[in-house]
Design a protein around this ligand. Sequence first.
Ligand code: HEM
Length: 396
Amino acid sequence: MTNSETGTGPRSVEFPLRVPGEAFPPPRYEEYRRDPGLVLTHLPNGNKVWLVTRHQEVRAVLTSKKISSNPSHEGFPHISDTIGVPRPEQIPGWFVGLDSPEHDRFRKALIPEFTVRRVRTMRPAIERTVDERIDALLAAGDSADLVADFALPIPSLVISALLGVPPVDRDFFESRTRTLVSIRTSTEQQRDLASRELLRYINRLIAIKQDWPGEDLVSRLLATGGISAQELTGVLMLLLIAGHETTANNIALGVVTLLLNPEWIGDERAVEETLRFHSVADLVSLRVAVEDVEIAGQPIKAGEGIIPLVAAANHDPEAFACPHAFDPARTERHHVAFGYGVHQCLGQNLVRAEMEIAYRRLFERIPSLELAVPAEELPLKYDGVLCGLHALPVRW
Ligand code: HEM
């Protein structure tokens, strides 16, 4: 429904914003962006949520002191409730849901773990993980599902190595994380069990690292003492969940895009453009106004939800020339696929390394790789928060 055309107020649209199977980013975002103000939607619980679609205004929302990330505020858009997943933010240490100054302590402790320099030291381990997955693909035959057999395992294997999970437990870690984030293919009970098993494992890992510290993130964070052992549980769960499907979706979608645009295979710039072009984390930066505020001329009252749609912002023609073209040579580098402001993705340097290594090694080692079904038939996945692929059938 739209009433912007009649000039009687903001456009009002139904929630959920997207339907499974439709193109992504949804073509409707173009219309929303052309409206002068903001777009209004209501969650099933009746809560009002403002949608922000232009690049400049998305950045304004993500840096406003009158707008909070804290899900305990009245009116926060709890999208997780609409898709039947528990609210992870209730675990202490889930710092993406904290505002300054509480948030700063966690950020300060974790930034050194994800610098470009630190990620450089992780590259050999990432390369090994990627190569092992390719060995397994090649050993299994001449076709595969690159989502299940390549894109999904890589991020959790990399994170488990980063956290200091012993190699013998990494398959356990990978399978439980996969269940936890697979909203469509696992039941609520399976996800609950996986979450409890992971929490138990993480707590045991922390206890072990307290007694026998090693060269890993958990041991270093415990040594600095800025984060309690109880908070560390939430921090580790956040790293695990935030970095799993987001990275996997980018790896899979990037492979498809490169197969369709083979002139960019082997060009590192494809990584950044894949992040912008696909913008998989469109509904991740959830916010609520904590004071009355005005965005794009639209007054927003304290207690009203706000969602900056990063896929809409990353396809805003005011910010990116020919935004719908996949063009790794473009010079605009200010996409908001990782968010913006104090909550901007902590793992972004790690993701870039994972994507670059995954694409490079895959096409180097399997140069005859091709899609096993036409690109239009690939099952696009939309689970209410992220976009990706259910499967990526390939052959060589
Ligand atoms: C392509 C993959 C990824 C994408 C697209 C992505 C996207 C995002 C976005 C949009 C945010 C901002 C959330 C907000 O504004 O509320 C965010 C935050 C975050 N991401 Fe990522 N992410 C990715 C991978 C990772 C990885 C691999 C890790 C860690 C290993 C990670 C850890 C985090 C953490 C800890 C935060 C919260 C930061 C804070 O609140 O200060 N992400 N990510």
